[in-house]
Design a protein around this ligand. Structure first.
Ligand code: FDA
Length: 533
């Protein structure tokens, strides 16, 4: 009897071994075998694959993890990273991931505030576009084709090499990837003059779940509409964008004026709320607030920093500010003239660096900490002095020692572009957007929850003073607190909780596009657009 049991055990072990040989013991082994079979040239694809055994795996993975909150030992890591250098690599990766039940997370610049481009709770592959970042600028026709893995700095630099009076209406931080940035709308220094980055895209190259390479004509206007603001990682992979370049003067002006509460900051902010959205389109006024030590007696106060770019000279700016916002007392000494590309360095706090620093995609900004939690709001009516004082009091909490809050003025062309022109719906009627940033350093990371709780408390406190039904939020300032999809089946109802906040009524059109382009919901994450089942 015993020998029969032993033979049965042996047989089942042999069967199990045979089975695992034929199907692959681990999903990534099947996946890797599939990749080499599927690829036309297996030698090139092998050079862009990183498994956990590869000595460069961690370096490649960590290279653009911006929010170190998602780089702990507990953070789920991809089974494989693929860094495609040709379109056939994308096609093979999509085909093999689908075949072997692996999810894809696409990463361009890695700035996702919730780490969704490199973290997933199910077995997954990261497709990192680091090798897909050619920037081709055509000054004569004022356009540029940029591959989605390029960072904003690379685009700005390549434009500046050829012209100092052309620009792209992109974001402030140079290391942001254009793949995720434009997919989520994209605002920046020029958005009150020229709109969002998505408003300035005129064509795209895109790969869908079936490996088809599409351009604007072949994808159709619905999908072309959806990928310019409907959020990254929902529809497929953007391979490249064709961007409209916009004129900027040879000389622009930047200014920054700091005032504490003792220097009348509260009254200035109250006034700023009334007038900032009406300032010329050539400006992007904002005010940053943070807690600092008072110079008088060492106690805490709030510092408000009023700043803006102006597309013109100091002589042109001063009379405008004197007429519209005399209370600020802007003087010539507060202003500096420079070229547009130098203003990019200025707003990145890299004034004295060579332009080549814009090409450094792994550069870590000194602004803020390395661990952070972000939230956003839109404001339609000026908030009262009492409400503002409550915000200041929370900024003085111990957890907020490295927190800052920015009010960013809307208005300008944003008031004149219809809400449904792209999925980005935050247009007319907004006075400003609020950006809440709480961040902390490595030594405090064991207490990360207390900082996250602080940001939730501030967000709750602000409820009566900001947009309602829905309480709007900016898709690129991803915040999973406002709602997320089920881990299993993604439901329309659940997704509309966060979807309406990011996209308002545009959410329904996004769902229709998704249902058409990816009905089986292969491209998905915690805040991806669901298909209708
Ligand atoms: P990342 O690679 O992390 O991707 C973000 C999302 O897009 C993920 O869901 C990802 O899967 C998806 N995705 C990435 N590449 C894709 C592709 N090729 N095709 C399809 N989906 C893709 N925003 C802004 O508007 N203006 C600003 O000035 C700033 N400033 C700023 C500063 C800093 C320090 C940070 C960390 C973030 C910002 N942001 C911002 C927010 C930023 O726009 C947002 O995080 C973008 O999604 C970042 O795009 P990346 O490609 O860098 O991110």
């Amino acid at each position: 009897m015993k020998s029969l049991q032993f033979s049965m055990l042996l047989l089942s072990l042999v069967l199990a071994a045979l089975l695992s040989f034929s199907t692959g013991a681990l999903p990534q082994e099947d996946f890797l075998r599939c990749l080499s079979l599927r690829s036309n040239d297996s030698s090139t694809i092998s050079s862009v694959i990183y498994t956990r055994n590869n000595p460069s795996y961690s370096t490649v993975l960590e290279s653009t993890i911006r929010n170190l909150r998602f780089n702990s030992t507990n953070t789920p890591k991809p089974l494989v990273i693929v860094t495609p250098s040709r379109t056939s690599h994308f096609q093979a990766t999509i085909y093999c991931s689908r075949k072997h039940g692996l999810q894809i997370r696409t990463r361009s610049g890695g700035h996702d505030y919730e780490g969704l481009s490199y973290v997933s709770k199910v077995p997954f592959v990261v497709v990192d576009l680091v090798n897909f970042r050619t920037v081709d600028v055509d000054v004569e026709n004022r356009v540029a084709w940029v591959q989605a893995g390029a960072i904003l700095g690379e685009i700005y630099y390549r434009i500046a090499e050829k012209s100092r009076t052309l620009a792209f209406a992109g974001g402030i931080f140079h290391s942001i990837g254009v793949g995720g940035y434009i997919s989520g709308g994209g605002f920046g220094l020029l958005f009150r003059k020229y709109g969002t980055a998505g408003d300035n895209v005129i064509d795209a190259q895109f790969i869908d779940v079936n490996g088809r390479i599409l351009d604007r004509k072949s994808m159709g206007e619905d999908l072309f509409w959806a990928i310019r603001g409907g959020g990254g990682g929902s529809f497929g992979i953007v391979l490249a964008w064709k961007l409209k370049l916009v004129p900027v003067p040879a000389i622009v002006t930047v200014f920054s004026v700091n005032r504490t509460l003792e220097q009348n900051a509260t009254q200035l902010i109250l006034r700023w709320q009334e007038i900032a959205h009406q300032l010329p389109d050539e400006m992007n006024p904002d005010v940053t607030m943070l807690s600092v030590n008072s110079t008088q007696d060492g106690s805490k106060t709030i510092l408000a920093s009023f700043s803006s770019l102006f597309l013109g000279t100091i002589d042109e700016l001063l009379p405008i500010m004197q007429q519209r916002f005399p209370e600020l007392g802007l003087s010539r000494q507060d202003c500096s003239e420079m070229s547009w590309i130098e203003s990019v360095l200025y707003f990145n706090q890299l004034q004295n660096q060579p332009l080549e620093i814009l090409l450094n995609r792994t550069f870590r900004t000194s602004v803020g900490g390395q661990y952070y939690k972000i939230k956003s709001d839109y404001v339609k009516e000026p908030i009262s002095e009492t409400a503002l004082n409550g915000l200041f009091s929370r900024l003085s909490d111990e957890e907020a020692s490295s927190a800052f809050i920015i009010f960013m003025a809307y208005g300008g062309i944003m008031d004149r572009i219809p809400e449904d022109a792209t999925p980005f719906p935050h247009r007319a009627g907004n006075l400003y957007k609020i950006y809440y940033d709480v961040n902390w350093q490595e030594q405090d990371n064991v207490n990360s929850q207390k900082y996250i709780d602080w940001s939730r408390r501030v967000y709750n406190y602000m409820t009566p003073f900001v947009s309602k039904s829905p309480r709007e939020a900016y898709a690129n300032y991803r915040d999973l607190d406002i709602g997320s999809n089920n881990v299993g089946i993604t439901s329309y109802r659940q997704a509309s909780v966060w979807g309406r906040k990011y996209f308002k009524n545009n959410f329904d059109r996004l769902v229709q596009v998704k249902t058409k382009i990816d009905p089986q919901n292969f491209f998905k994450h915690e805040q991806s657009i669901p298909p209708l089942h």
